[in-house]
Design a protein around this ligand. Structure first.
Ligand SMILES: [Zn+2]
Length: 417
């Protein structure tokens, strides 16, 4: 029903391989979509949403038949994946659209999209008897791995760039009991070190691990299900290491092939202009040239994305696009998302900033049905938010002495009455 193959040369691969023995590219699970009936999947998902079993309530595990099988007793879940779609009236106006919604993957147990993949990767690691999980991370993968490894009784080891990781994410990772190694270098250096590890020493749970992708693809199913299985015209998401772009593309493709949705949305992947090697690939048609990444959106500060070929295939299949936006545009878009009462970390806001470009350029018309994917919670980078509000003298709207608060409030509330 599902087999592991090379994503480039299609050679069959040993289960748990992290690279193709023939050509060195990334593995990917290939699902026999003809073996599934859409009505059955829809009905089973509906029934499981009403169950009290945590595996059924998880937005990831309620679609478990669409993945490589894992012993149900080994599943490590924190009720991830069942994230909300929010209407975004201010975001729509900002982008120039009549309407817009956000799929907020930051509403996961450790507050980022990584949980949907990590629950599967750690469950598989536990099933095969791994005692240690390891990853390179700009912060969100670290926190997610640390939480799931803790639940699984495994040791978690994180390699994180010494600069360019939010303090909130490090604290969160330490809270879950992980061993954090600060690497003097960037994310790409850390990932190279992890990929060079002897696989018998530890389970590598970066998105080069195809089990991660099999979890994260379910965000596509959850999005479709939240719209009664009606696909939007476009899905816009931030792009860093490009595992999530690959995963969402795979999810929409499989949903379409199975008949869960009547069409595939176009994917738009948005990078930060200081970390945009994939946008360059899209523009030039050439192979990826790694860059030394620089952006305040640290979750996508990645100059040598591991999954760029898989992501390019998915974006092409969806007739989508790739673009880059400046950090100042990300900052403005993030503020708008906050004003919708939603909030997100900076990298997430690349999606709305990119959408605004696509509308201004006439690539997306005003009445188009669009979902922006937000990948991390607003509290993931509190230092960024603080800097943003301080820089415009907006840290507080007023400073009032204790004895004057009552009079100030009366006047303020009177003005809004
Ligand atoms: Zn190969």
């Amino acid at each position: 029903m599902i087999a592991l193959r090379c994503s480039a040369c299609a050679s069959p691969l040993e289960i748990d391989a992290l690279t193709c023995a023939v050509c060195g590219e990334l593995p990917a699970f290939v699902l026999d979509t003809a073996a599934f009936a859409a009505d059955e999947i829809r009905a089973r998902s509906r029934a499981r949403r009403a169950s009290i079993d945590p595996r059924d309530r998880s937005g990831v595990w309620r679609f478990r038949e669409l993945r490589p099988p894992i012993d149900e007793a080994q599943i490590v879940t924190l009720r991830e994946g069942d994230v909300p779609l929010f209407d975004a009236p201010l975001g729509a106006a900002y982008a120039g659209l009549a309407r817009l919604s956000y799929l907020h993957l930051g509403m996961n147990p450790t507050a980022s999209f990584k949980d949907a993949g990590m629950t599967v990767a750690i469950s598989r690691a536990r099933e095969r008897g791994s005692r240690v999980a390891v990853c390179a991370s700009t912060g969100n993968t670290a926190a997610s791995m640390a939480a799931y490894a803790a639940r699984a009784g495994m040791t978690a080891v994180v390699l994180a760039p010494v600069d360019g990781i939010s303090a909130a994410k490090v604290a969160q990772t330490l809270d879950y009991g992980a061993h954090v190694v600060a690497v003097e270098g960037d994310f790409d250096d850390a990932l190279r070190a992890v990929r060079a590890l002897d696989p018998s020493m530890a389970a590598v749970v970066n998105s080069v691990n195809p089990y991660r992708i099999e979890g994260q693809k379910t965000a596509a199913f959850v999005l479709l299900e939240g719209r009664d299985w009606n696909a939007p015209d476009w899905v816009v998401l931030p792009g860093g290491n490009l595992g999530n772009s690959s995963a969402l593309g795979k999810g929409f493709r499989e949903a379409y092939d199975i008949g869960l949705a009547d069409r595939m949305p176009h994917l738009a992947v948005v990078q930060a202009s200081g970390a945009a090697p994939f946008a360059r690939v899209w523009e030039t048609g050439a192979d990826l040239v790694p860059v030394r990444a620089q952006t305040d959106a640290t979750a996508i500060r990645i100059g040598d994305p591991a999954s760029w070929k898989k992501a390019r295939n998915e974006v092409r299949t969806s007739a989508g696009t790739v673009l880059a936006v400046d950090d100042s545009e990300i900052a403005d878009a993030r503020a708008v998302i906050g004003r919708d009462g939603v909030g997100c970390e900076p990298a997430s806001a690349a999606s709305l900033a990119g959408l605004r470009h696509l509308v201004q350029d006439g690539r997306i018309a005003r009445d188009t049905d669009v979902v922006c994917v937000l990948t991390g919670h607003v509290l993931k980078d509190t230092a960024y938010a603080t800097r943003y509000h301080e820089s415009g003298a907006r840290y507080a709207n007023a400073i009032v002495r204790g004895s004057s608060v009552a009079a100030y409030l009366a006047s303020l509330l009177g003005a809004h009455a």
